[in-house]
Design a protein around this ligand. Structure first.
Ligand code: ATP
Length: 226
């Protein structure tokens, strides 16, 4: 579903990523690990279109390298950066429903997706009526995830999702991500993490990035699980 061929990416005139050649299959959960500064965030930003690249990026078989960033979410590519941008005066449920409204989904489709989001993240149902300004950091991340699900996002990219969460909340959020993976193998997850222990036993595959290059874990399409 996501394929990078001989991609080099730079920010301004500074080359950051080199020789990226890998494939990620639909429904895979991939841990993207590497030291601080290795290039994890830049790789996610590259997939979203925020760097200058040479080489080719394909999503669902379609070349997207030249596509402007705002067009990419419409294909099902979602980036949930650490900054979660909730509307604090709106309720949790209103925040979850906003993208559905913006996308003009039918009432039935909206309800179907909302039920699915609540099934995967049950505590959101319990806090549906609370102002989003009153939820904790971990809960806010779940709201952001539910919004991505409402949009029908097929590729969810999370940048250091456990950062800044108390251990119990990080644990709970990791469980929510696992529930998402188990409930819906049509969603592909790429999760960056500088502490690989948090993702052990959960990711299907680990891509290791070192000094701007993928050092380990790049499989060819033929050998990637569907
Ligand atoms: P972290 O875990 O610290 O976020 P990371 O693996 O995500 O690390 P990146 O943020 O992708 O790493 O940074 C990769 C390299 O690119 C670093 O050497 C960084 O200094 C450089 N870099 C990132 N953004 C810019 C920028 N806007 N201008 C110049 N260099 C940048």
């Amino acid at each position: 579903m996501l394929e990078l061929r001989d991609v080099n990416a730079s920010i301004g005139i500074i080359p950051i990523l080199r020789n990226l050649d890998f494939f990620i299959g639909a429904g895979e959960t991939v841990a993207l690990i590497g030291r601080n500064g290795a290039g994890k965030t830049t790789l996610l930003r590259t997939i979203m279109g925020f760097t200058k690249i040479t080489g080719e990026i394909r999503f669902d078989g379609r070349p997207i390298g030249a596509m402007p960033p705002p067009a990419r979410p419409g294909l099902g590519i979602g980036y949930a950066p650490e900054d979660r941008r909730l509307f604090s005066a709106f309720t949790v449920e209103e925040n979850i429903l906003l993208p559905a409204q913006a996308a003009r989904l039918s009432a039935e489709e909206t309800k179907r997706r909302l039920d699915r989001a609540y099934r995967i993240l049950p505590e959101l149902r319990e806090m549906a009526g609370r102002p989003a300004g009153n939820v904790s950091g971990g809960q806010g991340k779940m709201v952001a995830l539910a919004r991505a699900l409402m949009l029908g996002t097929k590729l969810v990219m999370l940048d250091e999702p456990f950062q800044g969460l108390a251990p119990a909340l990080a644990q709970r959020y990791a469980e929510a991500l696992r529930a998402l993976r188990d409930a819906d193998r049509s969603v592909t997850l790429i999760i960056t993490e500088s502490n690989p222990a948090l993702l052990r036993g959960f990711a299907d595959r680990t891509l290791v990035i070192e000094r701007g290059e993928v050092a380990e874990g790049a499989l060819e399409p033929e050998t990637t699980p569907a």
